[in-house]
Design a protein around this ligand. Sequence first.
Ligand code: PLP
Length: 284
Amino acid sequence: RTVYVNGDYLPEEEAKVSVFDRGFLMADGVYEVTSVLGGKLIDFAGHCKRLARSLAELDMTNPHSDDDWLAIHRELVARNGIDDGMVYLQVTRGNPGDRDFAFPPADLPPTVVLFTQAKPGLADNPMAQTGMRVISIPDIRWGRRDIKTVQLLYPSMGKMMAKKAGVDDSWFVEDGLVTEGTSNNAYIVKGNKIITRALSNDILHGITRAAVLRFAAEAQMEVEERSFTIDEAKTADEAFISSASAFVMPVVEIDGAAIGTGKVGHVVPRLREIYLDEMRKAAV
Ligand code: PLP
Protein backbone atom coordinates (compact mmCIF):
# COMPACT_ATOMS: atom_id res chain seq x y z
CA ARG A 1 0.00 0.00 0.00
CA THR A 2 1.11 3.54 -0.73
CA VAL A 3 0.44 5.96 2.13
CA TYR A 4 0.84 9.73 2.43
CA VAL A 5 2.95 11.34 5.17
CA ASN A 6 3.64 15.08 5.24
CA GLY A 7 3.90 15.59 1.49
CA ASP A 8 5.42 12.23 0.54
CA TYR A 9 3.81 9.18 -1.06
CA LEU A 10 5.60 6.15 0.42
CA PRO A 11 5.29 2.38 0.71
CA GLU A 12 3.62 1.85 4.12
CA GLU A 13 6.76 0.08 5.41
CA GLU A 14 8.80 3.26 4.88
CA ALA A 15 6.36 5.72 6.43
CA LYS A 16 7.51 7.17 9.76
CA VAL A 17 6.01 9.37 12.49
CA SER A 18 7.88 10.54 15.62
CA VAL A 19 7.28 8.85 18.99
CA PHE A 20 6.84 12.44 20.30
CA ASP A 21 3.97 13.16 17.93
CA ARG A 22 1.09 14.77 19.84
CA GLY A 23 -1.32 12.41 18.13
CA PHE A 24 0.52 9.37 19.50
CA LEU A 25 1.10 10.73 23.05
CA MET A 26 -2.05 12.84 23.63
CA ALA A 27 -4.62 11.79 20.99
CA ASP A 28 -4.20 15.43 19.95
CA GLY A 29 -5.50 15.26 16.42
CA VAL A 30 -8.52 14.99 14.19
CA TYR A 31 -9.54 12.70 11.35
CA GLU A 32 -11.96 12.12 8.48
CA VAL A 33 -12.98 8.95 6.66
CA THR A 34 -14.24 9.41 3.11
CA SER A 35 -15.87 6.57 1.19
CA VAL A 36 -14.84 5.74 -2.36
CA LEU A 37 -17.39 4.19 -4.73
CA GLY A 38 -16.43 3.40 -8.31
CA GLY A 39 -13.13 5.23 -7.76
CA LYS A 40 -14.87 8.47 -6.74
CA LEU A 41 -15.06 10.29 -3.42
CA ILE A 42 -18.43 10.48 -1.66
CA ASP A 43 -19.51 13.82 -0.11
CA PHE A 44 -15.97 15.19 -0.26
CA ALA A 45 -17.06 18.79 0.32
CA GLY A 46 -18.84 17.73 3.52
CA HIS A 47 -15.69 16.09 4.87
CA CYS A 48 -13.55 19.16 4.06
CA LYS A 49 -16.00 21.44 5.81
CA ARG A 50 -16.07 19.33 8.97
CA LEU A 51 -12.28 18.89 8.96
CA ALA A 52 -11.88 22.68 8.87
CA ARG A 53 -14.31 23.02 11.79
CA SER A 54 -12.61 20.30 13.91
CA LEU A 55 -9.20 21.93 13.37
CA ALA A 56 -10.51 25.41 14.19
CA GLU A 57 -12.15 24.17 17.41
CA LEU A 58 -8.74 22.85 18.52
CA ASP A 59 -6.83 26.00 17.46
CA MET A 60 -5.01 24.10 14.73
CA THR A 61 -4.24 25.57 11.33
CA ASN A 62 -5.66 23.74 8.31
CA PRO A 63 -2.48 22.72 6.46
CA HIS A 64 -4.17 22.46 3.03
CA SER A 65 -6.82 24.06 0.87
CA ASP A 66 -9.83 21.94 -0.06
CA ASP A 67 -8.39 21.64 -3.60
CA ASP A 68 -5.08 20.33 -2.20
CA TRP A 69 -6.91 17.82 0.00
CA LEU A 70 -8.85 16.65 -3.05
CA ALA A 71 -5.65 16.23 -5.08
CA ILE A 72 -4.03 14.16 -2.30
CA HIS A 73 -7.13 11.96 -1.93
CA ARG A 74 -7.31 11.37 -5.68
CA GLU A 75 -3.62 10.60 -5.94
CA LEU A 76 -3.85 7.98 -3.17
CA VAL A 77 -6.99 6.42 -4.67
CA ALA A 78 -5.20 6.19 -8.04
CA ARG A 79 -1.88 4.87 -6.68
CA ASN A 80 -3.67 2.17 -4.68
CA GLY A 81 -6.16 1.30 -7.43
CA ILE A 82 -9.12 1.79 -5.09
CA ASP A 83 -12.50 1.12 -6.70
CA ASP A 84 -14.62 0.73 -3.56
CA GLY A 85 -13.12 1.58 -0.20
CA MET A 86 -12.12 4.38 2.11
CA VAL A 87 -9.57 7.14 2.47
CA TYR A 88 -8.51 7.84 6.07
CA LEU A 89 -7.07 11.29 6.81
CA GLN A 90 -5.46 12.36 10.09
CA VAL A 91 -4.00 15.69 11.15
CA THR A 92 -2.25 15.86 14.52
CA ARG A 93 -0.66 18.82 16.30
CA GLY A 94 2.74 17.55 15.22
CA ASN A 95 6.02 16.67 16.88
CA PRO A 96 7.23 19.19 19.51
CA GLY A 97 10.28 16.96 20.20
CA ASP A 98 9.27 16.28 23.81
CA ARG A 99 6.23 15.49 25.95
CA ASP A 100 4.41 18.49 27.42
CA PHE A 101 0.73 19.11 28.27
CA ALA A 102 0.88 22.68 26.95
CA PHE A 103 0.34 23.07 23.22
CA PRO A 104 3.51 23.71 21.20
CA PRO A 105 3.81 27.05 19.34
CA ALA A 106 1.11 27.46 16.71
CA ASP A 107 3.66 27.52 13.87
CA LEU A 108 4.77 23.91 14.53
CA PRO A 109 3.89 21.98 11.36
CA PRO A 110 1.13 19.40 11.92
CA THR A 111 1.59 15.74 11.05
CA VAL A 112 -0.58 14.78 8.09
CA VAL A 113 -1.18 11.10 7.36
CA LEU A 114 -3.53 9.55 4.81
CA PHE A 115 -4.04 5.95 3.76
CA THR A 116 -6.58 3.93 1.81
CA GLN A 117 -8.55 0.80 2.71
CA ALA A 118 -9.95 -1.31 -0.12
CA LYS A 119 -13.51 -2.53 0.56
CA PRO A 120 -14.80 -4.33 -2.53
CA GLY A 121 -18.60 -4.20 -2.68
CA LEU A 122 -18.77 -1.51 0.02
CA ALA A 123 -22.27 -0.45 -1.05
CA ASP A 124 -23.53 -4.07 -1.20
CA ASN A 125 -22.99 -4.89 2.48
CA PRO A 126 -25.32 -7.86 3.20
CA MET A 127 -26.17 -6.23 6.55
CA ALA A 128 -28.39 -3.83 4.60
CA GLN A 129 -30.66 -6.85 3.94
CA THR A 130 -30.57 -8.44 7.40
CA GLY A 131 -30.26 -5.33 9.56
CA MET A 132 -27.98 -4.90 12.54
CA ARG A 133 -28.50 -5.58 16.23
CA VAL A 134 -27.35 -3.17 18.93
CA ILE A 135 -27.10 -2.96 22.70
CA SER A 136 -27.26 0.22 24.77
CA ILE A 137 -24.37 1.28 26.99
CA PRO A 138 -23.68 4.42 29.08
CA ASP A 139 -22.13 7.33 27.18
CA ILE A 140 -19.08 8.23 29.26
CA ARG A 141 -17.18 10.09 26.52
CA TRP A 142 -15.94 13.67 26.89
CA GLY A 143 -18.11 16.75 26.31
CA ARG A 144 -16.90 17.78 22.85
CA ARG A 145 -18.10 14.89 20.71
CA ASP A 146 -18.76 17.37 17.91
CA ILE A 147 -15.00 17.50 17.28
CA LYS A 148 -13.84 14.47 15.29
CA THR A 149 -10.77 13.67 17.40
CA VAL A 150 -8.68 10.49 17.22
CA GLN A 151 -9.53 9.85 20.88
CA LEU A 152 -11.50 6.66 20.17
CA LEU A 153 -10.81 4.40 23.15
CA TYR A 154 -14.33 4.35 24.60
CA PRO A 155 -16.00 3.88 21.19
CA SER A 156 -13.59 0.94 20.68
CA MET A 157 -14.59 -0.47 24.08
CA GLY A 158 -18.25 0.02 23.09
CA LYS A 159 -17.64 -1.98 19.92
CA MET A 160 -16.04 -4.76 22.00
CA MET A 161 -18.96 -4.79 24.45
CA ALA A 162 -21.26 -5.29 21.46
CA LYS A 163 -19.05 -8.09 20.12
CA LYS A 164 -19.01 -9.83 23.51
CA ALA A 165 -22.83 -9.56 23.61
CA GLY A 166 -22.94 -11.21 20.16
CA VAL A 167 -24.36 -8.14 18.39
CA ASP A 168 -23.13 -5.60 15.86
CA ASP A 169 -22.78 -2.27 17.67
CA SER A 170 -23.59 -0.22 20.76
CA TRP A 171 -25.79 2.85 21.11
CA PHE A 172 -24.63 5.33 23.74
CA VAL A 173 -27.16 6.58 26.30
CA GLU A 174 -26.77 9.73 28.43
CA ASP A 175 -29.37 11.04 30.91
CA GLY A 176 -31.74 8.35 29.65
CA LEU A 177 -31.49 9.50 26.02
CA VAL A 178 -29.67 7.99 23.04
CA THR A 179 -26.77 10.14 21.87
CA GLU A 180 -25.38 8.12 18.92
CA GLY A 181 -23.69 4.83 17.96
CA THR A 182 -19.99 4.04 18.48
CA SER A 183 -19.18 5.44 15.03
CA ASN A 184 -22.52 6.49 13.58
CA ASN A 185 -25.62 8.60 14.18
CA ALA A 186 -28.78 6.90 15.49
CA TYR A 187 -32.36 7.26 14.23
CA ILE A 188 -35.84 5.83 14.72
CA VAL A 189 -38.74 5.84 12.27
CA LYS A 190 -42.39 6.23 13.29
CA GLY A 191 -44.82 6.07 10.39
CA ASN A 192 -43.51 8.57 7.84
CA LYS A 193 -41.40 10.39 10.43
CA ILE A 194 -37.61 10.20 10.91
CA ILE A 195 -36.47 11.06 14.44
CA THR A 196 -32.83 11.78 15.34
CA ARG A 197 -31.09 13.75 18.09
CA ALA A 198 -30.56 17.45 17.39
CA LEU A 199 -27.01 18.73 16.78
CA SER A 200 -25.05 19.91 19.83
CA ASN A 201 -21.65 19.25 21.41
CA ASP A 202 -23.08 15.87 22.56
CA ILE A 203 -22.80 14.16 19.16
CA LEU A 204 -20.69 14.18 16.04
CA HIS A 205 -22.27 16.26 13.30
CA GLY A 206 -22.42 13.42 10.83
CA ILE A 207 -22.12 14.51 7.25
CA THR A 208 -24.16 11.46 6.24
CA ARG A 209 -26.78 12.63 8.77
CA ALA A 210 -26.98 16.04 7.08
CA ALA A 211 -27.45 14.44 3.65
CA VAL A 212 -29.97 11.84 4.88
CA LEU A 213 -32.15 14.47 6.58
CA ARG A 214 -32.08 16.59 3.41
CA PHE A 215 -33.06 13.65 1.20
CA ALA A 216 -35.76 12.53 3.66
CA ALA A 217 -37.35 15.99 3.57
CA GLU A 218 -37.13 16.05 -0.24
CA ALA A 219 -38.89 12.66 -0.32
CA GLN A 220 -41.78 14.17 1.70
CA MET A 221 -40.83 12.36 4.90
CA GLU A 222 -41.23 14.27 8.15
CA VAL A 223 -37.99 15.01 10.01
CA GLU A 224 -37.99 15.57 13.77
CA GLU A 225 -34.65 16.51 15.38
CA ARG A 226 -35.08 15.53 19.02
CA SER A 227 -33.74 13.02 21.50
CA PHE A 228 -35.37 9.63 22.15
CA THR A 229 -35.08 6.92 24.79
CA ILE A 230 -34.22 3.25 24.30
CA ASP A 231 -37.82 2.42 25.30
CA GLU A 232 -39.18 4.67 22.55
CA ALA A 233 -36.75 3.10 20.07
CA LYS A 234 -37.97 -0.38 21.03
CA THR A 235 -41.54 0.57 20.09
CA ALA A 236 -40.60 2.40 16.86
CA ASP A 237 -41.55 1.03 13.43
CA GLU A 238 -37.96 1.02 12.18
CA ALA A 239 -34.52 2.18 13.30
CA PHE A 240 -31.22 2.84 11.56
CA ILE A 241 -27.78 4.35 11.73
CA SER A 242 -25.84 6.53 9.30
CA SER A 243 -22.13 6.98 8.69
CA ALA A 244 -19.79 7.77 5.84
CA SER A 245 -18.71 4.11 5.61
CA ALA A 246 -22.00 2.27 6.38
CA PHE A 247 -24.19 4.88 4.59
CA VAL A 248 -27.72 4.08 5.87
CA MET A 249 -27.99 0.77 7.74
CA PRO A 250 -31.15 -0.69 9.29
CA VAL A 251 -31.23 -1.64 12.99
CA VAL A 252 -33.67 -4.47 13.76
CA GLU A 253 -32.97 -5.21 17.43
CA ILE A 254 -32.09 -3.14 20.51
CA ASP A 255 -31.14 -4.79 23.82
CA GLY A 256 -32.72 -8.06 22.62
CA ALA A 257 -36.05 -6.47 21.66
CA ALA A 258 -37.18 -6.62 18.03
CA ILE A 259 -37.91 -3.26 16.37
CA GLY A 260 -41.24 -3.39 14.51
CA THR A 261 -41.45 -6.79 12.82
CA GLY A 262 -37.83 -7.54 13.71
CA LYS A 263 -37.08 -7.49 9.97
CA VAL A 264 -35.81 -4.70 7.74
CA GLY A 265 -38.74 -2.36 6.98
CA HIS A 266 -39.63 -0.17 3.99
CA VAL A 267 -38.57 3.34 4.92
CA VAL A 268 -34.91 2.60 5.72
CA PRO A 269 -34.07 0.68 2.50
CA ARG A 270 -35.71 3.50 0.51
CA LEU A 271 -33.60 6.11 2.30
CA ARG A 272 -30.48 4.02 1.74
CA GLU A 273 -31.22 3.77 -1.97
CA ILE A 274 -31.90 7.50 -2.33
CA TYR A 275 -28.73 8.32 -0.38
CA LEU A 276 -26.52 6.03 -2.49
CA ASP A 277 -28.07 7.16 -5.80
CA GLU A 278 -27.74 10.86 -5.04
CA MET A 279 -24.27 10.64 -3.54
CA ARG A 280 -22.91 8.55 -6.42
CA LYS A 281 -24.19 11.22 -8.80
CA ALA A 282 -22.44 13.95 -6.81
CA ALA A 283 -19.21 11.96 -6.23
CA VAL A 284 -15.91 13.54 -7.22
N1 PLP B 1 -20.94 9.65 15.32
C1 PLP B 1 -19.71 9.21 15.61
C2 PLP B 1 -19.30 9.09 17.04
C3 PLP B 1 -18.82 8.85 14.58
O1 PLP B 1 -17.59 8.41 14.87
C4 PLP B 1 -19.26 8.95 13.23
C5 PLP B 1 -18.37 8.59 12.11
O2 PLP B 1 -17.24 8.26 12.25
C6 PLP B 1 -20.56 9.39 12.99
C7 PLP B 1 -21.37 9.74 14.05
C8 PLP B 1 -21.08 9.51 11.57
O3 PLP B 1 -20.53 10.62 10.93
P1 PLP B 1 -20.34 10.63 9.33
O4 PLP B 1 -21.71 10.43 8.76
O5 PLP B 1 -19.83 11.98 9.06
O6 PLP B 1 -19.41 9.53 9.01
